[in-house]
Design a protein around this ligand. Sequence first.
Ligand code: LMR
Length: 398
Amino acid sequence: MFTHIDYYAGDPILGLMDKFVSDNNPHKVNLGIGIYYDEVGELPVLECVKTAERLIANPITPRPYLPMAGLLGHRVACQNLLFGAGSQVLQEDRVATIATLGGSGALKVGAEFIHQFFPQSKCYVSDPTWSNHIAIFEGCDIEVGSYPYYDNATSRLKFDEMLSFIKQLNKNDVVLLHPCCHNPTGVDLTPEQWDQVLKVMKQQQLIAFMDIAYQGFGEDMAQDAYAIRQAVAIGLPVFVSNSFSKNLSLYGERVGGLSVVCPTSDEAKRVFGQLNYTVRRIYTCPPSHGGHVVDIVMNDEELHQHWVNEVYAMRDRIKAMRLKLKSVLQTKLPERNFDYLTEQKGMFSFTGLTPKQIERLQSEYGVYLVSNSRMCMAGLNVSNVDYVAEAMARVLED
Ligand code: LMR
């Protein structure tokens, strides 16, 4: 009956986690999956989340179904964060937002919607991108191509190639963009480069799909949303998938959002209705716990500020680790240039290590990187950074 079904090779990122857990090396370091670990290597529970959890637990309340679109407070929180509280587009009621099961859930619902209402559209992702982008869009029967992005030779952006490529796309094609902290390279566009890309997209009548999973880990909350707000300002149709996995450290709760910016409030109502229907056909409604945490933390002025400070503390610790790793490597291998480590932003750096070097890091040192050479800087801490630098230097030397 099931013999025609192929074995699943496993996910290139999630699969690494299992391998890491079963590794007996006492010095092992997990720099694979995009998870922020604190300075002692623990997954943190943010203080603002602890406060929200106490409020949710006392008293323990019934658990009805949520609306298909999730809690209003969760949706409003997404909108304020992405577009700016009180922004014109929100005042004009032109954004259809639903709460989703993390960023992946937002991408899935958005891709289903695009497949249904823009069946001719192809989707273009950066080369390289997060592997699940391709899987999700292809899983919705959308043809996926890629646009030039990262230059292996210089560890920088191939900006001119990217722009020329986008210039020749067809009306209603979707361009999937990372507004900040590009996954997997950590290489972002400057505001001026965003202006140029978005202008070309507007001229070509393209659709922007902005996937923002690391807001606050790059520059700050507003600056990290620059591309989104600028796209809105020039009247580009925009889909935004956002995730609270990293910036609320709520990975397992699956909390995110999907927002579609429309030209008019009537269109936003139509889109909102169809997004609800898409959700109904896949999972009916989101679970409630994470949504309540988001609602409480984001919509209380004091807790919100507390949260922002906690995110910036995570951001700053990652930056400090970038600096430290770079300086140790630079001392060990002075003939090589490690500037990319501090130029790249967010959780990830693209190290350019070869598959063989990555294999050696894993088998000889218990240091885990994704096979495309992505390193999660948020797994480094003062106790393991020297060890990781030493291991990297050894495999780079041979
Ligand atoms: C990552 O890129 O490591 C994270 O976004 C986790 C995931 O789902 O792949």
